[in-house]
Ligand binder design. Sequence first.
Ligand code: PRP
Ligand code: MG
Length: 212
Amino acid sequence: MNKLRVAVQKSGRLNEDSMQILKDIGIYIDNGIDQLKASAKGFPVEVFYLRNGDIPQYLKDGVVDAAIIGENVLVEKGEGINVVEKLGFSSCRVCIAVPKGDNYNGIKDLEGKRIATSYPNTVQSFLDKNNVNANLHIINGSVEIAPNIGLADAIVDIVSSGSTLFKNNLKEVETILKSEAVLAVSPVLSAEKQAILDKIRFRIQSVLKGRS
Ligand code: PRP
Ligand code: MG
């Protein structure tokens, strides 16, 4: 029988809660350290541990069938991928932040400015919507350092507790979107795998009901 291939974040903020929800729905995984793939016991599921940013492409290509992933990653590069369940954890927002001492009066203040981010598509469409032209600098991590080293005037990144902004002397000035962990599904899914997915969705719904 074909197993449903489910991607989860290999390491990072979603990993622990992702593994927990799988456990809660009865998908037990022998997680050998450094193993990038594991089979579930008693359920036709294989779990793949992948980098967040790679997951949308794997879903599009049908290399994995489903994924537990942050909505924000799908907004950035997940066109055509279906979100089938919101999972109620890893809430965050994608925000614009500027140095604490800056006098910020609105989005127009970003005209002609340099913005550092790991989410260029999300930022660009927000700027376009607001008729603002700015220069994007793409960085893959530690984005909040950019204003302090003179690389950018503002940043766009995810904010959860706000601690990273605080530590880097930045203040949140705009919320672009709100995000949480979701179950996302490949646009190319066989009927057989759809049936496994339906069972998983049913179990997730029961578990979430129990949590609330
Ligand atoms: C993430 C994100 C923010 C921070 C937000 O970074 O990029 O920097 O968490 O969380 P907070 O509001 O609770 O501080 P992460 O620590 O995952 O590292 P990275 O940016 O280097 O990937
Ligand atoms: Mg960060």
